[in-house]
Design a protein around this ligand. Structure first.
Ligand code: HSE
Length: 298
């Protein structure tokens, strides 16, 4: 087996009304350098990665092992060097990136020759929804549909003429806690209203009508109103970004990171103003990643 590297972007799911359906790939990355070895070794180079003392407990190893087993193959022993610029448990798709990396590790090491669609299906079965894994795999902004009885349907938008700013707070929020505050069911009127907002949102994005897209993203009633109380500075961040001319600001995935969409060319100056307004936050201007999963053979 030749050495290779796997690189997977971060992602921001939902973007307001696209709960469990929309995902946007961002230019923060999980990277694995892989070589065959006579025993398993995992070296972690980033403090953003969760500590792990035994390779069998490592999430990426577990996903790779599970994938290999699904295809009746044995994973060869490898040396992995893992690096990451994706903060954990902040709503930036760190676990989705790890799932994609694990599936690709098995794909390469066991020569599974999986198509992108097959990888998406496997990853979605692991994650339960295709928003983050779809973006991490395909790059761009993905629009997906899935239920447990079907394969994943996916469309991509690969061009967004906007600047994006993310607000990463110091504290983590576990996705499970942020899902537990959501209702189990919605009335027909609520669901119809929520999906109409999503429909207009996508139409606006496709037409590059960003003011309308911003208006719609902030109208979400699938998840934002229920999660707002879990997100520190939810209202002040929205208000400040709005004062500075943002099209819209929403929770990134399950939070607690928030993401603002600004007119193209205004991101840099607004990032500085927002950092001054929210000094305890790690505020970054990020670009969309248009490529998704990448593998480079050495
Ligand atoms: N769509 C998911 C959610 C993303 O909002 O819970 C986080 O897994």
């Amino acid at each position: 087996m030749n050495n290779f590297t796997i690189s997977v972007p971060a992602s921001s799911a939902n973007i307001g009304p696209g709960f469990d359906s929309l995902g946007l790939a961002l230019d923060l990355y999980l990277t694995l350098t892989v070589s065959e070895n006579d025993a398993w070794k995992i070296y972690q180079q980033s403090l953003l990665l969760p500590a792990c003392n035994n390779y069998t407990d490592h999430f990426i190893y577990q996903i790779a092992q599970h994938t290999a087993t699904q295809y009746g193959k044995e994973l060869p022993t490898c040396c992995l060097t893992i690096d990451s610029s994706i903060p954990l448990a902040r709503g930036l798709g760190s676990s989705a990136s790890a799932i994609i990396a694990g599936i690709e590790l098995a794909n390469q090491c066991c020569q599974l020759h999986l198509s992108k669609e097959e990888k998406l299906q496997l990853a979605t079965e692991q994650e339960g929804h295709p928003d983050n894994v779809g973006a991490a795999l395909f790059g761009g902004l993905v629009i997906t549909n899935y239920n447990e009885d079907t394969s994943v349907d996916i469309y991509r938008i690969d061009q967004l003429n906007i600047d994006m700013i993310i607000f990463i707070p110091q504290d983590e929020l576990k996705t499970e806690a942020a899902r537990n505050v959501l209702p189990d069911t919605y009335s027909r009127a609520h669901a119809a209203q929520a999906s109409s907002i999503g429909n207009v949102f996508i139409a606006a994005l496709m037409n590059e009508d960003y003011p309308m897209a911003g208006k719609m993203m902030e109208k979400d009633i699938f998840h934002e109103p229920y999660r707002a109380e879990l997100i520190p500075n939810y209202a002040p961040i929205k208000q400040k970004a709005n004062e500075l001319g943002a099209y819209g600001t929403v929770i990134s995935g399950a939070g607690p990171t928030m993401i603002s969409f600004f007119p193209k060319g205004t991101g840099t100056q607004n990032k500085q103003k927002l950092q001054a307004a929210f000094p305890s936050y790690n505020i970054q201007q990020r670009k969309m990643d248009s490529t998704g999963l990448r593998v480079e053979k050495k």
